[in-house]
Design a protein around this ligand. Structure first.
Ligand SMILES: [Zn+2]
Length: 205
């Protein structure tokens, strides 16, 4: 196997394993992919496999048009969203997506999440919420492209009732950013809870 492809596959496996071990994604949901530098090849998790089950053999290689290269598994059904991002942003080499509960809960009524922490602001910045209910369909693709045009440096967004998407220069960094987004929304919800409790305890006094 071409050494560059092997290297990208190993990075994907490490990111998938880490996310699965820390519970960022349970079951067989979520997906991740990476672009092979200098080519039009994208390697993505196969449909139906959990992050914990990914191997170099079951990952799927497609081109930027979404055509599967070689024999094997079907790519994740969310390949359409990944390709929309790769085709729009040539600087992106890794995309991570998970159905993490805090992010989904926090995005329920928000249009944007502004991190309150220093590192959240510096590493991610404002996180838009994509308020489209489809699943990797035309409506989602259209919404993602509109968001990318409106935010040229976008590194993360949350799709309402679905989950986190992060895009970065490597799949390793994209996975780390998803962890950070989940941390940001936990702090957001805890801060809101603290505010609510403080207000209500004062009213009771
Ligand atoms: Zn999903």
């Amino acid at each position: 196997m071409n050494s560059e492809i092997q290297k990208v596959k190993e990075e994907i496996l490490a990111a998938a394993k880490r996310a699965y071990q820390i519970g960022l994604q349970t079951g067989n949901g979520g997906n991740l992919s990476a672009r092979v530098p200098g080519t039009d090849k994208i390697i993505i998790k196969a449909s139906g496999y959990s992050f914990g089950e990914c191997t170099t053999e079951n990952l799927v290689t497609v081109n930027l048009k979404g055509e599967v290269l070689g024999e094997g598994n079907k790519p994740s059904r969310e390949i359409r969203t990944h390709l929309a991002i790769y085709n729009h942003r040539e600087d992106i080499y890794g995309i991570f997506h998970c159905h993490s509960p805090w992010a989904i809960a926090c995005a329920e009524e928000a249009t944007e999440i502004r991190p309150i922490t220093v590192h959240g602001k510096a590493k991610i910045g404002s996180i838009p919420v994509l308020r489209v209910l489809g699943h990797a369909d035309e409506a989602v693709e259209k919404g993602v492209l509109e968001m990318l045009r409106a935010n040229p440096a976008l590194s993360a967004f949350i799709q309402t009732r679905h989950g986190i998407f992060t895009l970065a220069k490597t799949i390793t960094l994209a996975e780390h950013h998803a962890e950070l987004v989940e941390e940001i929304v936990q702090i957001e919800l805890l801060a809101a809870l603290r505010q609510f409790l403080t207000r209500n305890l004062k009213e009771e006094c």
